[in-house]
Design a protein around this ligand. Structure first.
Ligand code: RFL
Ligand code: PHB
Length: 393
């Protein structure tokens, strides 16, 4: 039975796990990454698209910034649309910061390539992954190519996403979960067509939310608010385009259609655990917190956690445990600010279902909020600061 010893055992090869591995590699700290999906699945997953300036800098500092430098699309702002009018929020003018459109899929590919080139140990397609003895001498066990493996480590990092096993290995009485669900979901498509807009459009319409994003000069990414109980089979391509035309349309502008190459319905949830640290276990990214995607924060939060945890591990191996002891508190303080922003954006831009008086009131109040935000420099500056990324602490 193969037995390995390392310093940091990372569970999950999503963006958080791969990035932490890259950062530890650069710092000369031994690690292994264990992932229960195969490599093609990891490379094929289509998710987030917006990188904060700090996230781009992180990729550059870790020597994996060439892709985002060559193909990332720098955006100066976003459009907020309501009452059939489109308003530009210019982050660059307001606060001198920007965001970069570069798909999570591309970030993951760049990181996988970097791990391949360095020959670092990433075990894809592992099964029966389990963590043990988190308050003693931690270890990780799994099967790989039919063989049982044991990895002994100083630390285990749970980078295994919302459905992973690491958070679930913490005793229930050591962890409080804070969460809220929303009465809507996003239907997302990828389409082979040049974006019909220069910057992202977030629209509130009588029929609900819609959004126009992009992945490249020839690929568009679009979203529609749908009922969480909807079946994707009931959304034909024609129905999707009709809804997008209706919700995104403004006079004098038209949406170009193209071949839909991917479509799926994503649930929306806000979720935070009370601690990201238990014994030798640290949680990063979606393993510890989830946001609804309206603020474009999921991937960026994962990257921020990793930056911080990596610095803390480096300090630990230089004899200073202060950062490691403070990791959970500092990361969660930032995360709660990100949570309130994501909730604020979500509640401002989605139409609550139901035709009752409360829903009708809320909708008009949301229109009032959008009118205020798009006509107040102070409000737009606040949005710009949060969208482009709060600085650490
Ligand atoms: P990930 O990306 O979920 O990666 C976790 C990895 O762990 C693996 N894993 C395990 N490995 C070993 N053993 C186990 N027992 C394991 N269990 C799980 C998984 O296979 C996976 O490879 O988490 P990470 O790295 O923390 O990254 C977080 C981001 O992926 C996430 O925040 C965002 O993508 C959220 N999100 C979106 N955010 C946006 O800002 N905009 C979006 O458009 C957007 N779309 C999405 C999303 C999240 C989605 N999920 C999770 C439902 C679309 C989807 C479908
Ligand atoms: C995306 O491009 O997938 C995207 C962009 C902005 C969001 C969410 C998703 O808020």
């Amino acid at each position: 039975m193969p037995n390995l010893t390392t310093r940091v055992a990372i569970v999950g090869a999503g963006p958080a796990g791969l990035l932490l591995g890259r950062s530890l590699y650069q710092a000369g700290i031994d690690f292994v990454i264990v992932e229960n999906r195969d490599r093609e699945y990891v490379l094929g997953r289509i998710r987030a698209g917006v990188l904060e300036q700090g996230s781009v800098e992180t990729l550059e500092q870790l020597g994996v910034g060439a892709g985002v430098q060559a193909n990332g699309m720098i955006h100066d702002g976003i459009y907020l649309q309501f009452a059939s009018e489109r308003h530009h929020v210019d982050f660059s003018d307001l606060i001198g910061r920007t965001v970069t459109i570069y798909g999570q899929q591309a970030v993951v590919r760049d990181l996988v390539d970097a791990h391949d080139a360095a020959g670092t140990p990433v075990f894809y397609d592992a099964s029966d992954v389990a963590v043990h003895d988190l308050t003693g001498t931690p270890s990780l066990t799994f099967s790989y190519n039919g063989l049982p493996y044991t990895v002994k480590a100083d630390f285990v990092v749970g980078a295994d996403g919302f459905h992973g096993i690491c958070r679930q290995s913490v005793p229930a009485d050591e962890l409080t979960i804070y969460q809220r669900d929303y009465p809507f979901a996003w239907l997302g498509i990828l389409a082979e067509v040049a974006p019909s807009t220069d910057e992202l459009i977030y629209a509130l319409h009588d029929d609900g939310f819609a959004m126009h994003s992009m992945r490249s000069p020839t690929v568009s990414r679009l979203y529609l608010q749908v009922d969480p109980a909807d079946d994707i089979a009931s959304w034909s391509d024609a129905r999707i385009w009709d809804a997008l035309h209706a919700r995104l349309g403004v006079p004098g502008w038209s949406l170009e259609e193209g071949l839909i190459t991917e479509k799926s319905i994503l649930p929306m949830r806000s979720f935070v655990v009370s601690t990201l640290h238990y014994g030798s276990l640290f949680l990063v990214g979606d393993a510890g917190h989830i946001v609804p995607p309206t603020g474009a924060k999921g991937l960026n939060s994962a990257m921020s956690d990793v930056t911080q945890l990596s610095a803390a591990l480096v300090a630990h191996y230089s004899g200073d445990d202060g950062l490691l002891a403070g990791y959970s508190d500092v990361a969660l303080a930032r995360q709660w600010k990100v949570q309130q922003f994501s909730q604020w954006m979500t509640e401002m831009l989605h139409k609550r279902p139901g035709g009752d008086a409360t829903a009708a009131f809320d909708y008009r109040s949301q229109l009032g909020r959008l009118d205020y935000v798009t006509h107040s420099d102070e409000a737009m500056r606040s949005l710009a600061q949060q969208y482009t990324g709060l600085q650490l602490t």
